[in-house]
Design a protein around this ligand. Structure first.
Ligand code: TXA
Ligand code: MG
Length: 328
């Protein structure tokens, strides 16, 4: 299959036509690129799982262009859920709610709940709107690979498996949406993201974060290895230790790169670095792109430990997964 990359109104029109006839299409959002299909078309949804090589017990998020679509997809929207929807939608958040019978089981992997997201990205909104149906979409990477934040990332990973990539430029947020389970009495963050626990707590009063190992189908995606680059990756909290490890790698004939803040990068005059930026927002935007570049140009990625403050907690959640917990 030939994979086209298109942009602008023609891309949206072509993409929507493909979705309406049951095909899959890659589209940009402010978090990461998504691989979409008509959420009500089971054959089309199955094509998502096939193209990604995704286990079919891992449910998909349903994307909408307008809040009025929420009622058709859910059985009940609690007052707490209503508050989150008002405060953060459209935006980089996914709410888990009790699903309506209209949502096919293959989308939710048989769960009684459905994840719903309304992207803020204008191209995503225009595309979903033109599809005239909710769009089920996971991140547009093959299973276990790093999520894509540009059309080029998608092309390099999925070329030949999908008919069309709608190019909307680089994703502004840079990591996947915050997932918050609002289907029961206790709001629970299942995946941290740009909407932080602190931001949710301001609206909800209290919110818990799910840290445990997944044994039941509470957050099925969490039981799979995720976000892994194609090379060694290790995390380091000390600048001098990172430099020393870099030298060790070079001495052994290796080809390392250091992913770090601008502050570290300024001190690393002899080492090859990828500067992720000055603050949490910039580091979040650049982290996946840097992992993509890192695995292309190096055999070892050394990533700075950014700690757990604000957005850095969400960045480190992805970095921990990508490194498999390896620290130096
Ligand atoms: O930012 C995002 O959320 C991107 C863009 C494309 O919207 N999408 C995304 O989808 O990251 P995906 O499939 O890569 O990650 C969705 C996660 C999976 O780990 C899945 O297990 C979880 O959401 N999920 C989906 N529905 C769920 C449900 N009903 N209950 C619990 N977890 C659910
Ligand atoms: Mg994903």
């Amino acid at each position: 299959m030939q994979t086209l990359i298109m942009e602008g109104a023609a891309a949206i029109e072509k993409g929507a036509a493909l979705i309406r006839r049951g095909d899959v299409v890659v589209f940009p959002t402010e978090t990461v690129y998504g691989l979409g299909a008509d959420a009500f078309n089971e054959t089309a949804v199955e094509e998502i799982f096939r193209a990604k090589g995704r286990p079919n017990d891992n449910p998909l998020i349903v994307h909408i262009a307008d809040k009025s679509e929420l009622t058709g997809l859910t059985r009940e929207i609690s007052p707490q859920a209503q508050k989150v929807i008002e405060a953060f939608m459209p935006g980089p958040i996914t709410v888990i709610l009790p699903k309506s019978d209209r949502v096919p089981d293959c989308v939710t992997a048989g769960l009684d709940t459905v994840g719903i997201r309304m992207p803020a990205h204008p191209v995503a909104r225009a595309f979903i709107n033109a599809c005239n149906t909710p769009v089920a979409a996971p991140s547009a990477n093959t299973s276990t690979r790093i999520s894509p934040t540009s059309a080029r990332h998608v092309y390099d990973d999925m070329q030949g498996k999908i008919p069309l990539i709608i190019d909307g430029g680089a994703c502004d947020v840079g990591i996947e949406s915050t997932i918050v389970d609002l289907s029961s009495d206790t709001p629970t963050i299942l995946r941290p993201g740009a909407i932080t626990a602190q931001m949710l707590a301001q609206v909800l009063g209290k919110v818990q974060t799910f840290h445990g190992q997944v044994v039941v189908a509470k957050a099925p995606g969490m039981k799979y290895k995720h976000y892994a680059p194609d090379c060694e990756m290790a995390v380091c909290s000390d600048l001098n230790r990172a430099k020393a490890y870099y030298e060790e790698c070079v001495a052994q004939g290796g080809n390392p790169v250091i992913l770090c803040s601008s502050r570290w990068a300024r001190e690393m005059t002899h080492e090859r670095t990828i500067d992720l930026g000055e603050d949490g927002t910039q580091v979040m935007k650049n982290i996946y792109g840097a992992m993509h570049t890192g695995e292309e140009i190096a055999d070892t990625i050394i990533c700075q430990d950014f700690g757990q403050e604000g957005k850095y907690a969400s960045v480190m959640n992805r970095v921990e997964k990508a490194s498999g917990g390896k620290r130096i």
